[in-house]
Design a protein around this ligand. Structure first.
Ligand code: EPZ
Length: 429
């Protein structure tokens, strides 16, 4: 639209990153844990919330829409309590903005006996179906119908059951969150087979246990939830963001830099660290984080993304950027979101040599990338383009920053603090 402005990131490539950077709280733990407050009585205090993220702001807005009060008491601290319990609709304009909103479905059904949640749209990384969420809730006894693009669910009292949550692409992270939350207040015991066990799912389970839920098998693919009468408020600190940490590890590697990451749980990054070591990156544990030293040579490797504890799909685009200047040819196979390759085209416009072959990308390492004007197609693709810009010869301009702002707090400021020549500017469109 003429006369309007938009933000873009401008990077002068070259230079090695050096210094210390603090990793924010995990977006994908914050979202379901904020939603879980629908289940609890009283006021919960949640610390370590990455409050600048648009996804978190949208989840806060959604909770207010559902009759909860959300107050900010200090840096990254949310106080959440329920005021009205008769609101059960999550509207299209909020859910369409952020698919993660679907994780209010389980807590609404579990605590208020009904829910009307807009069906989340698809996105560039895939269709984002919710059939496993629906199957699980129906197995717990919910009556579910679809009307005008909404999921309409009701249940006087959910009843515990055995549920298998495995799909064609493994388990479902938010599906496991939804079923686990609904089951905490159901009558009797629920067993979730083929549950997701990502650290963010474990963090949600630990929050619920502190609220009085009876959950065992946390961290495994088999969760057992014994229904209780009610859940009370909790004082809770969420885990650090392992994907942000992995993104900064890739940044240190691609610039052959030497960076210390603070607020990192290396036990959440086993497969990621293993892969970085294969590529020639040196990672050593520090007291509350780690130091990451990029090797002089970036070694090619093969990558297959898998559900946790496998290599996370949310690190795939960032690793592709790194491998685009590796010595030799790498193969990246995407087993969680087979269509998650929109970033190939933009990286090739920067001089990379990548081609898609079925569920894999063949990455022929090139000597260098060249700066260009590029556009982020989704959150992690945007991060991949920033990494490419840090090492490209010349200037890279990245638009589509609304995707980045969903999942990274002050990304350009954090990189500038490490010595990158990066700034966020406004441009006329
Ligand atoms: C969560 O999405 C994360 N989002 C995603 O992170 C992450 O990529 C994904 O898990 C996988 O780890 C949040 O936690 C907010 P899934 P989710 O259900 O739960 C299929 C980011 O960058 N599937 O585990 O929506 C699905 O199509 C975002 O932070 C079904 O078939 O993902 C996919 O192929 C991107 N039926 C696979 O399972 C269902 O009912 C995994 O999806 C549900 C999912």
């Amino acid at each position: 639209m003429p006369g309007s402005v938009r933000d873009k990131i401008v990077i002068q490539g070259g230079g090695r990153l050096k210094g210390r950077v603090n990793i924010s709280g995990a977006k994908n733990a914050a979202l379901p844990i904020i939603a879980a407050c629908i289940l609890t009585q009283g006021t919960s205090r949640i610390k370590g919330i990455p409050r600048q993220l648009t996804d978190v702001k949208l989840m806060e807005e959604l909770l207010c829409f559902l009759g909860l009060q959300v107050n900010h008491s200090g840096e990254g601290v949310l106080e959440i309590c329920t005021e009205k319990e008769n609101l059960v609709t999550a509207p299209y304009e909020l859910v369409n903005e952020m698919r993660g909103s679907i994780c209010v479905l389980g807590p609404l059904l579990g605590s208020r006996g009904k829910a009307k949640v807009a069906l989340p749209g698809g996105c560039v990384i895939g269709q984002r179906p919710i059939d496993l969420h629906i199957k699980g809730l129906q197995t717990l006894g919910a009556e579910i119908s679809f009307k005008d693009g909404y999921v309409v669910a009701k249940a006087d009292r959910l009843k515990g059951a055995e549920i298998y949550l495995g799909g064609a692409y493994g388990s479902t992270v938010l599906g496991t969150c939804n079923i686990m939350m609904a089951a905490t207040l159901a009558e009797g015991t629920t067993v979730i087979e083929s549950a997701a066990c990502e650290p963010e799912v474990q963090d949600l389970a630990n929050f619920l246990i502190q609220a009085g839920a009876k959950i065992s098998g946390v961290g495994t693919n088999r969760l057992i939830i014994e229904g209780v009468k009610e859940l009370h408020s909790v004082d809770y600190q969420i885990i650090p963001d392992r994907i942000e940490a992995g993104t900064f590890m890739a940044a240190a590697a691609i610039t052959r830099g030497d960076v210390v990451l603070e607020n990192v749980r290396l036990d959440h990054l086993g497969a990621v660290m293993e892969k970085f070591r294969d590529i020639g990156v040196e990672i050593t544990q520090e007291l509350w984080g780690c130091s990451v030293k990029g090797g002089d040579n970036i070694l090619s490797t093969s990558i297959t993304t898998l559900p946790y504890p496998g290599l996370p799909t949310d690190m795939q685009p960032q690793l592709m950027s790194l491998l685009s200047i590796a010595q030799g040819t790498s193969v990246i196979t995407e087993k969680v979101f087979p269509d998650r390759f929109m970033h190939i085209a933009e990286l090739n416009r920067m001089g990379a040599s990548i081609r898609k072959e079925g569920p894999s990308a063949i990455v022929n390492g090139v000597s260098h990338l060249s700066g260009a004007q590029v556009t982020a197609s989704d959150l992690r693709a945007g991060a991949a383009l920033v990494l490419a810009g840090l090492v490209a010869k010349g200037t890279t301009e990245i638009s589509g920053l609304h995707y980045l702002d969903r999942g990274y707090e002050s990304l350009e400021a954090k990189f500038a603090q490490l010595g990158a020549r990066i700034e966020r500017v406004q441009e006329e469109v």
